[in-house]
Design a protein. Structure first.
Length: 282
């Protein structure tokens, strides 16, 4: 399965980042958003990221121009009819994803591979909702996509060996370091990370230390680039709460149960950086 043309559903932080690295790696890339306003915002973010890279000497003018030349924006599903691979990076909602797959199934080639960037939903369940369960897998990128080297390649029960190899090799072609993750909530990284983040909240609730001391302890004592409470603000407390609930529903293990403080912060709209306040104020 030779991949030359890549489609990306969603031009938000994740989808836009995926589209950018795909175009930068030489793939003809088509990114689709639900309306022109969202598309313009996403495309402007990509250009701004590349311009910043040029100003810092990390990206050449030629690399920026080549990336933008390989990238096309659209609001139409029909523009993706010739894609060899389509990566979905839209809202974490099964119904929304299935609606998008249904539209694509009707208009693209039978050989086209679908992949989801979901961080928590079951890849086998999503694959079963399409007409191509053997040509469906997970490609879980990390934010910010242009900078983070890891991609989790997730194999559904129905994913063919050929599809799995194509997804793994595509990840390598992007300059990423792919790992094979099981089709279980959290895959590998979030399966390890989410309990750590939730436990940091529990420890703060129980008076282990101040927010600043907990974060400083993990940064300076364990060499982490940021403390757990800072990371929670960066990821989004609502996102973490959502993923934790999915993982708890699957595993029924107390380590995945959302602490009361996390629930109340989400209810209060204190979601982290995106809302201007979480454990810290921004």
């Amino acid at each position: 399965m030779q991949i030359k043309t890549v489609g990306v559903l969603g031009c938000g932080l994740m989808g836009g980042g995926i589209a950018q690295v795909s175009a930068a790696s030489g793939f003809k890339t088509i990114v689709r958003e639900v309306n022109q306003g969202a598309l313009d915002k996403g495309m402007a973010r990509i250009k701004r990221f590349l311009d910043d890279g040029v100003s810092k000497g990390k990206v050449t003018n030629e690399q920026r121009d080549t990336t933008l030349a390989n990238l096309t924006g659209t609001t139409q599903f029909g523009a993706m009819r010739d894609c060899d691979l389509i990566i979905e990076a839209i809202v974490e909602n099964v119904d929304e994803k299935v609606a998008a797959y249904t539209m694509l199934d009707a208009g693209v080639s039978e050989r086209t591979i679908f992949a989801s960037n979901t961080s928590s939903l079951c890849i086998t369940e999503l694959a079963a909702k399409t007409k191509r369960p053997d040509r469906f897998g997970g490609l879980h990128f990390f934010n910010p996509v242009p900078l983070m080297k890891l991609v989790e390649v997730v194999r559904a029960l129905t994913t063919s060996e050929e599809t799995y190899q194509a997804l793994f090799q595509f990840s390598q072609a992007l300059g990423k370091e792919p790992i094979t993750a099981p089709d279980k909530p959290g895959f590998i990284v979030n399966r390890l990370l989410v309990p750590y983040l939730l436990d940091a909240i529990r420890c703060y609730e129980r008076g282990l230390g101040t927010i600043e001391d907990i974060d400083k302890g993990m940064k300076l004592g364990c060499g982490y680039p940021m403390g757990p409470l800072t990371l929670l603000d960066f990821v989004g407390l609502d996102t973490t709460y959502y993923i934790a609930n999915i993982m708890f529903d699957e595993y029924k293990d107390a380590m995945f149960a959302a602490p009361p403080l996390l629930k109340r912060m989400v209810l209060a709209g204190k979601l982290g950086r995106k809302s201007g306040e979480g454990f810290y104020k921004y």
